[in-house]
Design a protein around this ligand. Sequence first.
Ligand SMILES: N[C@@H](CCC(=O)N[C@@H](CS)C(=O)NCC(=O)O)C(=O)O
Length: 218
Amino acid sequence: MLKFYYNPVSVNARRAWVALLEKQIPFELILVNLDDDQFSNDFTAVNPLQRVPAIVDNGFRVIESLAILDYLESKYPKPSLMPSKPENVATVRMVEMLAVNELQPATIPLTRPLVGLDVDNQKLDAAKERIISVIQFYENLLGNHSYFVGEDITLADIVAGTLVPSLPLLGFSLDVYPRLKAWSEQLTMRESWQQTTPLPEVVEAALPSVRKILERRS
Ligand SMILES: N[C@@H](CCC(=O)N[C@@H](CS)C(=O)NCC(=O)O)C(=O)O
């Protein structure tokens, strides 16, 4: 059975987890405690970069969440989470890359105070501006559709939709983005989102390890 290495508070892992559930792929959930278990010999053998997520499927190892999503889509094409029309492929990729390269890094300055780390006000303001640019772009892109590409969920919704709904928890309201807010509420009602939402006590318990990770990266 496919092995999925994850941690419940990892956004990177959650996008792969949601895709596994949406595709109804049977998998074994393997917890990697981010309080240094990521550096163990066993896990380093799975991912030499020592990060979650990782999967091993029939002995084939994949690291990097977006690569995992592409692998799952190719290997388990039904139900499809990737459209085929060129414009739609581009839309999915744009949404994914903006989430991973722009939005996710911009949430770090907002997260730092929550784990007791200081944050430079200039960096905080720049991060907020970045977040506004991305979510305004998402808001426009959604138009009157239920999802980024029409009426069916795709990888775009999974990647952005495992980040955007957390923005209010970081003090960033979605109230002035009504389409994105409705999209976000609709996604969080799906079984795959409900199953992968970390419990508040799990988040609370993970704060010291999140702090250590952020300290190492700054
Ligand atoms: N680009 C990677 C990022 C993976 C990543 O940073 N994972 C974090 C958890 S969200 C991690 O395992 N951090 C452990 C550490 O930094 O020690 C992906 O998309 O899979």
